[in-house]
Ligand binder design. Structure first.
Ligand SMILES: O=C(O)C1=C[C@@H](OP(=O)(O)O)[C@@H](O)[C@H](O)C1
Ligand SMILES: C=C(OP(=O)(O)O)C(=O)O
Length: 426
């Protein structure tokens, strides 16, 4: 439980956000599959990434940390061993789905379990395509626990995504890569592409034809060095905080700006946000310093192809919309219903408690702008969902009442230093 800070003077200063969660998971997994020792700089230290580390250790991979560098001693794609007992993926959907693909392709037998939230999240989206390509995964009604049986995959794999999910895309690509199959995955949704972008750094050939990603058969991964950029999903809280809090100017340094992740910048600029992007030198994915200044935002419609590129940022975009002129409509985002919580429900319920006027719809929200959020003492809850907890902490900045967050601990999932950063700018 935590009383959230507010500000009367505005937010100023520079911030550095921790490493990108999606890239951290993948660097560890590909390092585990590689020959040799992979060195990862600026990895995210958080509970979700710890779930991936523990799962990889359970299949025999050695991972250590010294002087800020994480070392993964790769075992090669064919040498992972069956774990002794169930592997607990905690709260992490990415660890669960990508590693289920990897373990299936690597011909392992493993049982995957997770926390209460993860156990409600849909797994048929991976068990169906993985079984179509030769895997055997037993699950209770499409949920955890998953029992992965030893299986030999087809030599040639063709799959087309039916949901705009990088986790599903990556699960199939990793299964095919681990099994040595000739693998084609079509992603018309243009979901985040960190898997395809990073594999060539490990020496893997990846080809494209339109929206189809092709990984030719029988490839080995070679260890490499990865530097993880700052997570734009974490920077998102400061971007919105700087825009909606009066008298503010914030610079967030070294943020990853992979175009499959920057939907939030596109949308907030379209809403009238004063946002400056200054590209920075990088050895990996593109990176920039992002400066934001207080701006009067305007309501817009956010829907269609852009949704996958800002899916995790929708809670904080919804908060921005409550402070905009006019109405904002968010649609085509039903994926929010199957995240750590039903984020359409938790965003609407908790912000409406603070006085927002948000109508939840089946696949998004209708949000009235220019509401002043309430000023008396009130408890809010992220319902154990890190992104809801962080969004509510930013909402508190534009109230001047006493807002108590019941579950501040959940920020450990993706951003353990969130409250230190918040205290540094108020
Ligand atoms: O691949 C990834 O690293 C992720 C993909 C997204 O999920 P989906 O691909 O299931 O939409 C996102 O919500 C999650 O935080 C991380
Ligand atoms: C949805 C998220 O993560 P995951 O699916 O990995 O649990 C998230 O971080 O918002």
């Amino acid at each position: 439980m935590k009383q959230l800070p507010t500000t009367t003077t505005g937010l100023t200063g520079n911030l550095t956000v921790p490493g990108d969660k999606s890239i951290s998971h993948r660097a560890l997994m590909f390092g585990a599959m590689a020959n040799g020792t992979t060195k990862i700089a600026k990895i995210l230290h958080s509970d979700d990434v710890t779930s991936t580390i523990n799962a990889l250790k359970a299949v025999g991979v050695k991972i250590s940390e010294a002087n800020g560098i994480t070392e993964v001693v790769g075992k090669g794609v064919n040498n992972l061993n069956d774990p002794w007992g169930p592997i607990n993926m905690g709260n992490s959907g990415t660890s669960t789905r990508l590693l289920t693909g990897l373990f299936t392709g690597a011909n392992l037998a493993a049982t995957i379990v997770g926390d209460a939230s993860l156990s409600t999240r849909p797994m048929k989206r991976i068990t169906r395509p993985l079984s179509e390509i030769g895997g055997t995964i037993i699950s209770d009604d499409g949920h955890l626990p998953l029992q992965i049986k030893k299986s030999l995959l087809l030599p040639v794999i063709h799959q087309k995504l039916t949901v705009g999910s990088a986790q599903v895309k990556s699960a199939i690509l990793l299964a095919g890569l681990a099994a040595g199959a000739d693998t084609y995955v079509t992603d018309n949704f243009h979901s985040r592409n960190h898997t395809e972008q990073m594999l060539p750094k490990f020496g893997v050939e990846v080809d494209y034809k339109n929206d189809t990603i092709h990984i030719p058969a029988h490839q080995e991964l070679q260890a490499t060095e990865i530097e993880v950029p700052g997570d734009i999903s974490s920077a998102a809280y400061w971007i919105v905080a700087g825009l909606i809090t009066p008298n503010s100017e914030l610079t967030i340094k070294n943020v990853g700006i992979n175009p499959t992740r920057t939907g939030i910048i596109t949308v907030l600029k379209k809403m009238g946000g004063n946002i400056t992007i200054v590209p920075q030198e990088t050895v990996g994915e593109p990176m920039a310093d992002i400066t934001v200044k207080t701006s009067q935002l305007h309501g817009i419609k956010i829907a269609g192809q852009i949704i996958p590129s800002l899916i995790d940022e929708i809670p904080i975009i919804a908060l921005a919309a409550t402070q905009a002129d006019g109405q904002t409509v968010i649609a085509d985002a039903s994926e929010l219903r199957v995240k750590e919580t039903d984020r359409i429900k938790t965003v609407s319920d908790e912000l409406n408690k603070l006085g927002a006027k948000i109508v939840p719809t089946t696949d998004g929200f209708i949000i009235d702008g220019k509401v002043s959020l309430r000023t008396d003492k009130i408890h809010v809850s992220g319902h154990t969902d890190h992104r809801i907890a962080m969004m509510l902490s930013i909402a508190a900045l534009v109230t001047n009442g006493t807002i108590i967050l019941d579950d501040d601990e959940s920020v450990k999932i993706s951003y353990p230093t969130f409250f230190n950063n918040l205290e540094g700018i108020v």
